[in-house]
Ligand binder design. Structure first.
Ligand code: NDP
Length: 326
């Protein structure tokens, strides 16, 4: 028997409780993993609180990220003792996930833990960090280089945002960070590498289809009106990597930035990201993130604290990354 956070549904309400699970209850899969850490992402917050339709089958063990050691494997790629990481692939949504001391997983969904990273560091990165890396790569592929001008990051105090700020600064970009919590998090964002803090309220109201050109590119984790306003301020030929909906899933924009300024809107998904791209991104994250990132932008909690933090992350009250010790 081992410990897990278990989600059940009663009268359409999601209830989270700590319980014991027997190994025989775990789903099918080639690799059994002893989980060391999971992490808390916005999506986990939606799943645990039931505020988003993330989980469709109950009971469910949430946790879209995990790191641990292989206990048993029937797949040639993994053997007992190997350190492995999993992010995405619907784990913690439609398949039991990382907020348990053990998980049985598909070998295709795993990546070996990147050399140079501890398990805890891998979860400090997690889905949020992987997504930030993929966003930065999307901007690079679109020709947004450091010499082109300032890159804006929205939802900057959050998991994806804080890693994106750090990565861009490490790569030599000038970074502006949009936050609704400048007083609380402005110093942290500057320490991570932002040279300018932009108050979220200046971008929250519906604006003009085209505004003054200010940004060479942007990483957007917020969506909705804020993304529309960012698009209107991107320089001619710039690009925006959009990965999130923390402010809403709508996008009240016009075609003007696209057809008059050649602005590109780049969609980024980390959940189904193929193995090779995923592994390359992990290696780059391990190389680029400085020690200061792990010290400044991360917090460790227990399984028992998850419901409280899940509530906070869906209310935009969590800063940086939260890891869960199993
Ligand atoms: P966090 O909650 O850690 O960060 C989101 C940040 O957005 C908050 O910290 C806050 O930053 C800002 N924010 C919160 N609410 C609002 C609001 N109503 N309006 C404007 N800004 C707001 O979440 P994550 O970093 O884990 O995820 C960010 C987004 O990216 C989520 O929507 C998530 O679903 C998505 N995502 C997508 C992935 C993909 O593969 N496409 C993978 C991972 C995440 P501040 O206080 O600084 O303004």
């Amino acid at each position: 028997m081992f410990k897990a956070l278990i989600l059940n549904q009663e009268d359409k309400k999601t209830l989270a409780s700590i319980g014991s699970i027997d190994e025989s209850q775990l789903p099918e899969g080639e690799v059994l993993v002893d989980v060391d850490y999971s992490s808390l992402n916005y999506k986990d917050g939606l799943a645990v609180t039931g505020r988003g339709k993330i989980v469709r089958e109950f009971p469910m063990v949430p946790g879209i990220d995990l790191v641990g050691k292989v206990a048993e494997s029937s797949d040639d790629r993994y053997k007992p003792g190997d350190a492995v990481v999993l992010t995405g692939w619907g784990v913690g949504e439609n398949r039991w996930g990382g907020m348990a001391q053990r998980a049985r997983l598909k070998a295709d969904h795993l990546v070996p833990l990147t050399e140079g990273l501890s398990g805890k560091q891998a979860m400090m990165i997690g889905t949020a960090g992987l997504t930030a890396m993929l966003c930065v790569q999307a901007l690079e592929d679109a020709g947004v280089t450091p010499d082109k001008g300032t890159v804006l990051v929205t939802g900057a105090s959050g998991g994806v945002g804080s890693v994106a700020v750090t990565l861009l600064a490490q790569l030599g970009y000038t970074v502006a960070a949009v936050t609704g919590r400048a007083a609380e998090n402005g110093e942290m964002l500057k320490a991570l590498g932002a040279s300018e803090i932009v108050e979220r309220s200046t971008l929250s109201e519906p604006g003009r289809p085209l505004d003054k050109q200010r940004w060479a590119g942007a990483v957007d984790t917020v969506g909705s009106t804020l993304l529309a306003n960012v698009l209107a301020q991107v320089n001619y030929g710039g690009a925006v990597a959009a990965c999130g909906l923390a402010g809403g899933f709508d996008l009240p924009t016009t075609v003007m930035p696209f057809i008059l300024r050649n602005v590109a809107l780049l969609g980024v998904d980390s959940v189904m990201c193929p193995f090779d791209k995923r592994q390359a991104a992990w290696k780059r994250l391990a190389k680029l993130l400085p020690e200061s990132f792990y010290q400044q932008a991360c917090e460790e909690i227990t399984l028992e604290q998850v419901p409280e933090y899940a509530d906070a992350i869906t209310r935009g009250q969590v800063s940086g990354r939260v890891v869960i010790k199993l």
